[in-house]
Structures are given as C-alpha cells and as structure tokens.
Write a protein that binds this ligand. Structure first.
Ligand SMILES: NC(=O)c1ccc[n+]([C@@H]2O[C@H](COP(=O)([O-])OP(=O)(O)OC[C@H]3O[C@@H](n4cnc5c(N)ncnc54)[C@H](O)[C@@H]3O)[C@@H](O)[C@H]2O)c1
Length: 383
C-alpha cells in the first residue's frame, strides 16, 4: 500500500460550505478513514491548503484541525507546483476570477455551484479547462442525498410507468437578522454580490431534473423579494436587492412537467426542507433529503370531493417508505471521492464545468423569464 499525498487548495474555507461540508465532512473525513483507496494499492491522502482573505480566521481553523498549510495569497498558492487541485467554495461573486486563475496555473479544479454568474462566464471557464487539459468538476450534491437516491432507484426500477409531473417544494424561513440573527449570509440577499434564490437554487434544480427526468427544455419563472429589508452580520440594516422566492415551471425533454417553488420566506409544514412529488401512470412518490415514500396505483385511494363531511382518508398514512438498502455517506464526501478518482485514477466523471454551465444557464434564463414575464426556451449547450 503506497500513500500519495495530494495538496488541495481550499478557497473560501472559512465559509459555511467550505468549512463544514468540504473541509470537515469531506477532506478531513477522508483522512479519518485512512485516505481514499484507488483500487491499485494507492491511498490518496488529502492535504488541504487553507486559502482565504482573513489571516486570523485561517490560522484559527488550521490550529483547530491540526493543519499546517494556510495562505491569504492565492497567486502564491497557485504558483506552488506541489498544489495539484484547486477547490472553490467562495461567495459566488468571487468564484469565476479565481477559477480562471487556477486553470491558467494548470491546476485541476473542483468547485461549488454556481460556477459563474453568467452563462458566458461559465462556458468560458469550461472551455478554458478543456483547452488546458485539466480535470474539472462541479458540486452537484443533491444527487447524492439518500432521499433522491431512493427516488432514482424507483425510476430505474420502472416503478412510475410514464412520469407525468414533478412538484418540488423547497424552503424555510430565513430570519431577517434584527431580533434573531439570520442563518444565511447577507450577500445571499444582495443581487450585486451574487445573491438571489434563482442563482442559488436553479443550478440545483437543473441537474436534479436533468439527471432524473430529462433535460430542461423551457423555463417560466416568477420571482419575488418578499422581505425587502434585512440586517447583516454586524446588525446593520440593508436593502434586499435579490429575489428571495422563485416560482418556476420547467418543461422537460420527454414531456414531463416540473414545477418547483423555492423560498426563503416560507414556514415549513413538510417533513423535510425540500420535497419532490413525482406522479406517474403506475405510481407516485415523495422524496426528501433522506426519506422517500411511494404509493402504487393498486393502493391508490378514490377520494370523492365532499366538503360537507370530514375526509374518511388519512392520506399520509396510505404511503410506504422506500427502504434504505445500504448505508449512504455524506453526499459532498461521496462526490469528492468520485472527483479525486477521476483526477488520480482516470475514473469517469460527468459533473464537469459544462454540466455546471447548464445550471448557470437555467438561472440566467429563469431570471430573464421573470423580468420579461414569459416562458423561455433553454437551448442545449454544445460541448
Ligand atoms: N452545494 C450546496 O448545497 C450549497 C449550499 C450553500 C451554498 N453553496 C454555494 O457555496 C458558496 C459559498 O456559500 P456559503 O453559504 O458557504 O457562503 P459564506 O458566506 O458562508 O462563505 C463564503 C466564503 O467566501 C469568502 N469570500 C471570498 N470573497 C468573498 C466576497 N467577495 N464576499 C463574501 N465572501 C467572500 C468568505 O470569506 C467565506 O470564506 C456559494 O457559491 C453558494 O452558492 C452551495
């Protein structure tokens, strides 16, 4: 067994995603399991190089996890030939320029979504990575959620017959920040800083719909800024200039109609923070982050509309749980493993910067649809 150390620059590591999901739950978790086996006797040992803007925060993080490499000098880190992979979990507005720099330095790049704030920018990154011959990947974590994997199992097993429609409900109340601190960063609510729920969530909906049900062919969205004033991390009031809710309808190749509500101004009366109901000719299912319930056509009740009487049906009780049938790891870590195997063992990997560009495209066209008040075609992106 040979151990191969791979130095990975992790930029934006002090943020919510960079710290918790990518550093702790993914890269450090890989070390806890003894590294990542490549199947040929090699074990990869990730050595994170913490990158960010605030020296004190980086040093504190490094000390907390017993790490030694950190820097506020991105160019310097990228100039180090020992650093082979660049990962970006910065605030969205800072991403494109940093990725461009990393690709120019010949690093393999892995990144949070959205890859850029415009389709042109996202495509330019994908083409630059291809021209440079580096490996590239984009986080598409929802595909690795236990609930969506169970849904995929139902689809692959032919459970639904012909899928007719998908109804997604995503959201929760994000506190305004005055009498209780907000649980999301304030840049999320400022369009000029890359915020907005369309830019944030439509990239997720793009790959979920595409991979499970079919490519998105058209989009129609209505956006709103329901909460126009919020308070930032320092308790200062600011104007929310970005959308905090989006009501979207998506037509998919193959005829499925998907409708997804996304909102940071909704209170949860659901079992999970996101749920997708899929209705098919043979059966239906409701999938969340972890669970997935289904109802076969043979077990479908026959309700009759009569508001004069209490319903004789306990509708929620009429569904069955899809069993786990195996353990599921943290989705971010599972995808890191696949990306590192792609880089170091040439394993196939299709969630690349071109796939990431599709998500940016859907967000861009979703916002245009909302601004112009019309349904918009989503052209297929040529690789
Ligand atoms: N895959 C997912 O499920 C998921 C979930 C949430 C966020 N995200 C994405 O991850 C990225 C980071 O989101 P987050 O919630 O961790 O944000 P965050 O504000 O908690 O962290 C942002 C990080 O970027 C750094 N940064 C660099 N330049 C910045 C700038 N100009 N303004 C503000 N911060 C800057 C910050 O110091 C911090 O380390 C975003 O692009 C977001 O879209 C993905």
């Amino acid at each position: 067994m040979t151990r191969r150390t791979v130095r990975i620059a992790v930029n934006g590591v002090t943020g919510r995603m960079g710290h918790h999901q990518h550093l702790v739950r993914s890269l450090l978790a890989l070390r806890e399991q003894g590294g990542l086996g490549l199947g040929d006797g090699t074990r990869l040992w990730p050595e994170p190089v913490l990158v960010g803007r605030r020296e004190a925060a980086l040093r504190e993080l490094a000390d907390r996890y017993g790490l030694t490499a950190w820097s506020t000098d991105l160019a310097g880190v990228l100039a180090d030939p020992a650093v082979e992979v660049y990962f970006d979990a910065q605030a969205t507005s800072a991403r494109e320029a940093a990725l461009r720099q990393a690709i120019a330095a010949g690093k393999h790049v892995y990144t949070e979504k959205p890859t850029a704030t415009t389709l042109d920018g996202a495509l330019a990154l994908a083409r630059a990575a291809r021209a440079a011959g580096v490996k590239h990947g984009v986080v598409q974590d929802k595909l690795f959620l236990p609930g969506l994997r169970k849904l995929k199992r139902l689809l692959d097993g032919g459970f639904f017959g012909r899928v007719l429609s998908v109804r997604g409900e995503f959201g929760y109340w994000v506190f305004e920040g005055d009498w209780q601190p907000a649980q999301r960063p304030s840049w999320n609510y400022r369009a000029e800083d890359g915020g907005g729920i369309v830019v944030d969530m439509f990239p997720h909906w793009e790959y979920v719909l595409h991979e499970l049900f079919g490519r998105v062919r058209t989009v129609q969205a209505l956006t709103a800024t329901h909460v126009p004033q919020r308070w930032d991390e320092r308790g200062k009031p600011y104007d929310a200039t970005a959308d905090d809710a989006a009501y979207g309808i998506f037509e998919l190749e193959g005829g499925v109609v998907a409708q997804i509500n996304s909102s940071w101004a909704v209170r949860v009366h659901r079992d999970e923070l996101v749920e997708f109901q899929v209705d098919g000719t043979e059966g239906s299912a409701v999938a969340g982050l972890r669970g997935c319930r289904f109802q076969h056509r043979a077990a479908t009740p026959k309700p009759v509309w009569n508001p004069d009487l209490p319903s004789p049906h306990a509708f929620r009780d009429q569904w069955q749980e899809v069993p786990d049938n195996g353990e599921s790891d943290n989705g971010f870590k599972a995808q890191w493993e696949l990306f590192l195997k792609h880089v170091y063992a040439d394993a196939p990997y299709h969630w690349d910067l071109f796939a990431g560009a599709r998500g940016v495209q859907l967000a861009e066209l979703g916002l245009r649809s909302a601004a112009e008040g019309r349904r918009i075609d989503v052209p297929e992106i040529a690789r």
